[in-house]
Structure formats: C-alpha cells, structure tokens
Ligand binder design. Sequence first.
Ligand code: 3PG
Ligand code: MG
Length: 397
Amino acid sequence: MAFRTLDDLDVKAKRVLVRADLNVPVADGAVTDLTRIVRQAPTLKELAERGARVIVLSHFDRPKGKVVPSMSLKVLLAPLSDAVGRRVAFAEDCIGPMAEQAVAALKDGDVLLLENTRFHKGEEANDPEMARQLAALGDIFVNDAFSAAHRAHASTEGLARLLPNAAGRSMQAELTHLEKALGNPERPLLAVVGGAKVSTKIELLQNLVTRVETLVIGGAMANTFLAAQGIKIGKSLHEPDHLETARKVIHMATESGAVLLLPSDVVVAKEFKAGATHRTVPVGNIAEDEMALDVGPDSIKAFETRLQATRTLVWNGPFGAFEIQPFDAGTVSAARAVADATKKGQLLSVAGGGDTVAALAHAGVEQDFTYVSTAGGAFLEWLEGKELPGVQALTAR
Ligand code: 3PG
Ligand code: MG
C-alpha cells in the first residue's frame, strides 16, 4: 500500500481540501459521541499550524441529494472548533458561489467547514462535474475519512483523481494498522467474528477463513453454525436459510487448516430480557424452549488458550447479547483477555465495525487494544478483502 502522507506535502498558503468523516451520532441537536471528530482533529490542526488554508468536506446522514435542514453540518461547528482549538468558519454550500466566497476569504491557518456534501445528488453519483467543482476550491486533496472510503463518491473518489493527494493522519493510522493486522500480520493470526447474522458476513467469513490460523465465531451467528452441525439450538436466534453457508465456511476451514472455534457451552434463557432466569449448559443440552444468549465459561477458556499462542488479532462483533445483563459476560471477559495480552506486548489487536466499539467500550477496554477503527461498513469491506475506492484513488495521482 503506497500512499502519500502529510509529511510529503508542502501546504503553506495552499488551499487544502480535507475529506473528513463527521458522520457522528446526534440527538436533540447535540453530538452524543465525539470519537470521529476527535480522530479527525489532528490533521486539521497540523495543516492549520503549517499555514494551510484548510477546507473541510464531509457528508452527514443520508439526505439523498436534497437540502435537509436537520442534516446540516452546522451543529458540528462548535465541537469541531473545540477539537481543533481554533475558530472554524462555515459556508452553507460545499460547491458554487457561497463555497467559493468563503474559500476566497481564508487566510493562512484558517479552517472552514463546508455544508453536507450529500445535499447534492452529484456526491453519491460520483458526478465528474461535482468533483470538478469541488476540485476548483483547492490546490491539494487530503483524504482523512477511512470510514467513508468504501463509498465511491465525488468527495472521496472523484476528487482524489483531480488534485495532488495524500492520506490524513487518521487515514494513515487506519491503513497502517489494518496492514499490520491482516495485510502482513505477524502470525499466528486470529479473527473474532461475532454478531447476529451470517448472511451479512458471508464474504467476510469466507475471506478470513483462508487467511487466519484461528477463526472464532461468536454471537447469534454461532447458533447458525451449531445448527448446521445438527446441534439442537431450541429457539435461539439463527438463520435457517444459511445453514449451507455455515457448512461451506466449516469446509473451507478444514481445507485451509484453520481452527474454527465455536462455542462449546452457552448461557441460555427462556426470554430475551435483562436479568432473565438463565443457566449455563453444554451446546448439546439446549432445551426446546430456551435460547442461547451468550457463550459460557468453557468457551471463553478455550478462546483464552488460543489467545496465548496468537500474535495478531482482528475483532468484529460481540460474543453474546452484550446490551443486556448478564449476557454481556462472555464479550466482556474475552475483550479483557485481549486487552491484557495487548498490554503485556504479546499481541497486536485491531477492532472495528458497527457494534464492536460499543462492546469494547462496555468492557472498558477500548483504550487497551492496539487500535480501534472508527469505521463501520468500510471496516467490514476491508475484512472482506475488497479494495476501497477512496483508498485506491489516493494512490492514483
Ligand atoms: C458510516 O457512518 O459508516 C460512514 O460515515 C458512511 O456512511 P454511509 O453508510 O451513510 O455511507
Ligand atoms: Mg454506514
């Protein structure tokens, strides 16, 4: 993976367009999780300190090519200014006269946020004319939005092909860690894949199983794997239409010599609710009216044993219904075991995608992994082995 970084750029007095991903959760007009803003700030700060005129582009939510006032980036101005440590100006459009005037008013070291790129249809269509109008606003393009790199949009892909470009610090950190975790890992390599559905992770499972020494399956998708082996799983959540998919993954593991670690014991309950009456049973003993909601202590022990011999770990998805107690126990102990091995220097650990970050935060260990990605869909596509168009375009010019 060859890409330029900020180290390769001369930015003084240049207009630098930075694609950030400021698609953060907002409730009642306030940002509820600042992680992405905090991760994007170092690039903006560094560029401003080096005398660039910094112009920030981002999408927010899915307005589908129309101006939707509730999806304005304006609510992010204050938290972004706080994170960057300077006043951030705002323009109510990302292309056209309003954007042009705001850019023309910038002095060296100023930072400007442009309105939601998805207010224009051309963004998601990757319309060359939209990319051209964006490119006209800057001299250099910096993409710092790994979490949006799976979208071939005008501000991620099209624009990168029109200007000299580089990865921002957050993009650089994501790509460096992903390379160490899966591109060129120290072995043995272990992947944890959890979550509810096999159906959303078919390509991911099929890619990982050929690349790892150990594949650990957790969450409700493990039920589908158990059922595929003829184990009675009661009323556990599973996908009867994907038994064949699970069998294929099992077969692929045998072919490639990967160890497939499925739960050997589970915590079962008759209802899906916090504090429900529960018991721990070997996977063969799930009653007809019971459902598996977490992995049991023997499964965690087997995971920890494999972990001792592992040098690199990739994690996506929880082991159980970690949102409700006590069914968070498996996820929490597994996450803590990974955190401990990482702190001891035995393990390089990288996590990301959807529910994963929330699960690690719940276990109190999100600071103790080597790297936690801010990406959801982009992280999953990367685990699938796909080329991400936003990353590919970075090396193109
Ligand atoms: C994300 O939150 O996953 C990224 O910002 C991409 O958003 P999207 O799924 O709406 O393209
Ligand atoms: Mg998404």
